[in-house]
Design a binder for this molecule. Sequence first.
Ligand code: UDP
Ligand code: MG
Length: 315
Amino acid sequence: MNSPDTLLDISIVIPLYNEEESLNELYNRLSQVLDGLGKTYEIIFIDDGSTDSSYEILGQLYDQTYNVKIYQFRKNYGKSAALSHGFSMARGEIVITMDADLQDDPKEIPALISKIESGYDLVSGWKKKRYDPFIKKHSSKLFNWTTRVVSGLHIHDMNCGLKAYRKSVIKSVSIYGQLHRFIPMLAHWQGFNVGELEVQHHPRKYGKTKFGPSRFAAGIFDLLTITFLNRFNKRPLHLFGSIGLLNLLAGSAISIYLAFYWIFIKSSLSNRPILFLGILLIIVGVQFISIGLLGEMITKSSHPEIEYSIKNSLE
Ligand code: UDP
Ligand code: MG
């Protein structure tokens, strides 16, 4: 293995969970492609708490080769955690992530690298023709559409395992929870140049998918969290205050109307159910504004985070 400080051209980061059947074939196909590039590289496997013989197989690979690194999690922490650890260990100028199940094709790597070299900071694979079950294909389409609308980033396939990053991207975008699928969006918001490349996808050859249908709901919640944290974290009053103000205005309009009615028409309000709506809207409005103000107080007293991303510096 190279010394820990040497910089390499390429790091391949592969999270895996119970993929024993695929690993040898994956390594062989990968090293064939990478050896042909004439660049220095490492392959980082993160065993996300596998309970099959994945780790033993990786151990044999480690003994037989010189450019493989292996990390084993104590338990299954999820793909994001695995990617995150892989990123922090990677020493390559370009970091490429891929799945371990042979659904992503190592043959796409040279094209990803040239696209990065042509000026992109992040290139996301686009499985134009997908080999996944019907429900997954279509829920993923809906998810991608929603994400495009929310993020303003027009790429087709956020969730593709095959992506290439310049080192600067992974050093400045932090991921947590199941948020790995939003890295392109976070990078875009930070001003990085994000592109996509059509890639070949294959059906799963061995084993089965590690994500159930709950993934879709999780994806939507994550989208909400990430949008909120990134867009309004520094100014919660803008979000809660505007909702509150709308409610308050509507409630006040109703109450003013009823007040005129009561004063000039001199009729009782006891038969006007809209009175309750007016009161409700005012209370809800005041509450939203108060939540926004509380949020502002919390933001101001918490530690300031870096709000910008530096591209170059000449000192
Ligand atoms: N994976 C992981 N930890 C998990 C679930 C999945 O490291 O908790 C890995 C898995 O082994 C594979 C990749 O993430 O290499 C993508 O998972 P999978 O193929 O099950 O997802 P799908 O292709 O169905 O989207
Ligand atoms: Mg897969």
